[in-house]
Design a protein around this ligand. Structure first.
Ligand code: FIX
Ligand code: ZN
Length: 420
């Protein structure tokens, strides 16, 4: 106890911050991973790692092959092509490709090989449970929050048969197909016995709220979530604003669930690239302002895709306590940008934000994504404490532990109102 309470010297800071980051079990509050009971949905192993859409986007820049030719291949063939183009014929210096190298190294596999035989043999000898245990341990996470789509036929079927809760994988009720794809999906709800219609009038809104309540009961989600385009405009009379006002926000309030808004994506700018074909745009945050102001009893977890929106987001978080900024999403999850955004957030918000989520789509990605986060965060935190000490405050290891817990666990648990 004595050590924890004694003031650190500036020289001790880097090692203590490193150690605290390494020892703290983080909550990964947004991923695309799935609990094993949702059979077949979790992606893992070398072929999935290589065909991650971040790597695919880079592949099309370095290989001759067209997207149509690539997508006609089997998954293993695609992985082979990506390995050759990005790892054999070039050094894998990008964030996404270096991540694959880090995973290979972590599992004791040769990252300098010309083919994938050794890696494939290794992964095919592992069980999913073994791999989850190892990845969570090496990533230093205790939970990976899922993204669960009630309108995905395969997934919904499993939930309807009953899925026992798995503390490692809290659920999230994802609303993109409801909010962004109402036209294409409302008939599905009709088939399931909800009296909704295309224009979603009063009765239909009540029915859609009943649909959300039924799914919340089934999934016991920690929050609801939707990704929105850069031109999302809640100030106008968009149909999605109608759904937000009449359905989503009242449902979140009634069920006591935060709503995660991930704003700024421009889906399918190049459809040929499939998942890798999305881009981003700067959003007008007046919509966010209005939502926070008009719905003080709702809580908003917010991540923005455009680098240019990040400073504004901090300013809004200073105005509204029902707004919690989280993560450096997707194209922002690169060391240089994470550093910039995190420094800005610490300077403007203190410890009242969630620095990062992994957005992992493939299980093993949590290992490298969280390694990178700790690596980037360590000097930023050390520097903040160094300045604080220079300005006269004594900093202890216990204080650093409390702060890191808050950033990577406490803020999330408090906002969702649940111990994870
Ligand atoms: O909408 C989302 O949750 C995004 O994170 C994904 O759709 C995106 O494709 C992704 O994988 C980003 O990391
Ligand atoms: Zn995501």
């Amino acid at each position: 106890m004595k050590d924890m309470d004694s003031a650190l010297s500036v020289a001790q800071l880097p090692a203590v911050v490193d150690a605290v980051l390494a020892e703290t079990q983080f909550i990964d509050m947004h991923t695309h991973l799935f609990q094993p009971a949702l059979k077949g949905l979790m992606c893992w192993g070398i072929d999935e790692l290589l065909t991650y859409h971040y790597c695919e986007a880079e592949f099309f820049r370095s290989a001759e092959m067209t997207p149509a030719e690539y997508f006609a291949l089997s998954k293993a063939e695609r992985a082979d092509r990506i390995w050759t183009a990005l790892f054999v014929e070039n050094e894998p210096v990008s964030e996404a490709t270096r991540g694959v190298i880090a995973v290979l190294q972590t599992f004791g596999l040769n990252p300098n090989t010309g083919d994938l035989r050794q890696a494939r043999e290794f992964f095919s000898g592992r069980t999913l449970e073994q791999q989850i245990e190892a990845c969570f341990r090496m990533a230093g996470i205790s939970a990976a929050v899922m993204t669960n789509d009630p309108l995905d036929g395969e997934e919904a079927g499993m939930w309807k048969q009953g899925v026992a809760a798995d503390a490692r994988f809290p659920a999230v009720l994802r609303l993109d197909r409801v909010l962004e794809g109402w036209e294409q999906n409302y008939e599905r709800l009709q088939q399931e016995g909800y009296a909704v219609d295309r224009s979603c009038g009063r009765h239909s809104s009540a029915e859609l709220r009943r649909f959300l309540a039924d799914w919340a009961k089934r999934m016991n989600p920690v929050y609801m979530a939707v990704s929105l385009p850069d031109n999302f405009d809640y100030t106008g009379d968009e149909f999605r604003s109608h759904l937000l006002r009449e359905v989503i926000l009242p449902a979140c309030e009634e069920l006591d669930l935060p709503l995660s808004l991930m704003i700024g994506v421009r889906r399918q700018v190049n459809p040929e690239l499939r998942l890798a074909g999305d881009a981003l745009g700067r959003a007008d945050l007046r919509s966010l302002e209005l939502l926070c102001l008009e719905y003080p009893r709702n809580r908003f977890l917010v991540s923005l895709l455009s680098r240019e929106n990040q400073h504004e987001l901090c300013v809004y978080a200073r105005k509204f306590r029902n707004l919690l900024p989280f993560g450096c999403w997707w194209f922002l999850n690169n060391g240089s940008i994470v550093e910039e955004i995190t420094r800005e957030r610490l300077e403007m918000l203190g410890l009242s934000f969630i620095p990062q989520h992994s957005d992992a789509r493939v299980l093993e990605q949590v290992v490298y994504k969280w390694r990178n986060t700790r690596r980037t965060l360590a000097p930023i935190l050390s520097e903040s404490y160094r300045l604080l000490m220079e300005d006269g405050r004594a900093v202890t290891r216990a204080a650093i532990e409390r702060d890191v817990q808050r950033l990577f666990r406490g803020n999330f648990e408090q906002f969702v109102g649940r111990k994870i």
